[in-house]
Design a protein around this ligand. Sequence first.
Ligand code: GAL
Length: 726
Amino acid sequence: MIGFSNDWEFTPNWNEEFAKGNGEAESVRLPHTVKELPLHAIDEESYQLISGYRKHFRLPEEAKGKRCFLQFDAAAHIATVYVNGKELITHRSGYTAFRAEITDVASFDGDNLVTVRLDSTENPSIPPFGYVIDYLTYGGLYRPAYLDIREQDMIEDVFVYTPDTETAVVRVSLDKKTDISDEVLISVIDSEGNIVSQESGNAGGEIRLDCPGVRPWCPEDPALYTLRAEIPGGDKQEVSFGFRTAEFRKDGFYLNGNKIFLRGLNRHQSWPYVGYAAPRSMQIEDARIAKEELGLTAVRTSHYPQSHDFIEACDRMGLLVFTEFPGWQHLGDKGWKEQVIVNLKEMIGEYRNHPSIILWGVRINESLDDDELYSETNRIAHEMDPSRNTSGVRYLEKSSLLEDVYAFNDFSHTGNNPGAKPKSEVTTDISKGFLISEHNGHMFPTKSYDNWERRQEHALRHARVLNDSLIDGEHAGCFGWCMFDYPTHRDFGSGDRMCYHGVMDPFRNPKTAAALYSSQQDERPVLEISSSMDIGDYPAGNIGNIWAFTNGDEIRLYAHDRNKGDSPENFEYVGTYESKPYDKLWHSPVRIEDPVKHSWGGKAAVWRFDAVKDGEVIASRTLGGRADLRIEAIPSSLELKEGDTWDMAAVRIRITDPLGNVYPYAQLPVKLELTGEAELIGPDIITAEGGMCGTYIRTVGKAGKAELRISSNGLESVILTFNINR
Ligand code: GAL
């Protein structure tokens, strides 16, 4: 496929003259948002436009005699596509891809004009609209577009599934213009390009390929293979896939027959300022954060199918995905439900080759029972994909269980009670799979600048639910709400229309709760302390118990007189702490009982916490030592790529002490100055909220360098230099 994301024009007000190609309009590239937005207090009306996109293009020489298609990976929310004035298609979902054949309307010699009328209003005739929604549904052609040039007789679709880890079963459908046979040749190819297995068969049926000795796809070794389908002497299509089985049983989730607990979080696909419109590198970065920083084994793409760049990254990283079609609590009329079925078919048709996807959500998130609709969604899902189980997320207990897995939003934990409800209290059929699809979230919104106690309790609530969901071996997994803070409608937010439900802030900076997740993995040492050890931030100066989030076995605590300096010999041993009450977790946080003896009027100590594993110190934190602040800047990458479309880098910015501890109350203004071949996204003066903030830069069509200076009065500036490659 050929990139089709550059050289578009945009108008926020669709009009006939624009549609005809007349007049000037803003030059844009995809992904594009119809409106750049502030960080706080977003007016959801502001992006609900009926806007227009257009692009002049010429078909390449090689297109002559072939068939041509335009593919849009996403258009939020109702898009009508015209080419050379002819209406080709109206697509009525903002979260799935669609294509329009242009062969009969395009000129193969001269200029062509494609225009898209895009309705990004909350049109009640389609999901997720019709009532309230707890997130924003930003408008735009927010994923890439492509030109696809194909043979007259072409492969329309290829689906491969693996009933066991050494067999591929392939379904191919053809779109034929002439009277050729249905024969297709299927090859399974490994990552070195070797053909592992080959079979001929007929399109329309199933073709089995034995593939002895292939590497199964699993989190530790997410081996990918290529499946090539070809019409002998004609069209060829390739898809990436993995050999794996995914099955929810009564007692949990099994990948390739091995039980794996789904330690997950929910992800919304939004970023500050650009909403949904972030390119490939940002999608991959989110998958990396989920896997490497948060140590997750699974992600739920609440509440809609997400970018293939994100899901492909999950395929490559071995992250398991629970995905679902768009919707939020509300069910509409007959026409609306017909669109639910269209959305389901589009989602499964589009995403079913991804090995990372292990479960389909075939019920509108948290909707009431509708047996007629959901019997149909289940039937279709199993027919289109015999290899995956179905589920549907509910807040209802004992609702009608038509799916294979009961996914339950367990918001029962309120601090001093069990973290999770037992399966028998929630489901009607305990022989089926069961998981927690959401917990916490609105039950305990927590900002990065909330006080230490609150951020600690936020993390502990996640710990309790996760721990208690592991107690009885009945939960297949547990997905916390949610990865990042997100903007929302007025009906839900914290006054500034934000839901502070993330374990990270919107820039992907971690709150304390992020450390609970990070500390569950064993790839790298983790140690975060839930207090700065400053008595002035606690009632009556009483810090009480604090917690270490670590994958070490125990914490050794040392303190010293702050006048003596930071060097290790000045620390005196205080005690060793190994109380790990959440013992079902991979690594319980360690409770450090009332370590601070310092009272009001006394002199504060400097504290050093050592996390010890197998007798060795694996990580250390020194708190209270230094008051001189500095700026820490963490770019997602310093290498950007211009080409088929623009690229973007995220920069996470934190105000820390010299030992790397974030100063959460350093709500300082931060100034951003960018020079060179890139552009800043969002404002150039921002505030460190909870000592943390961020920014984004985007490429502008040129190769070269860009320099970002990050400063705050009185602090030393940080300069980042980005290379923009072509
Ligand atoms: C759930 C809902 C999520 C989010 C969450 C907040 O009910 O499915 O979208 O609103 O509550 O805790």
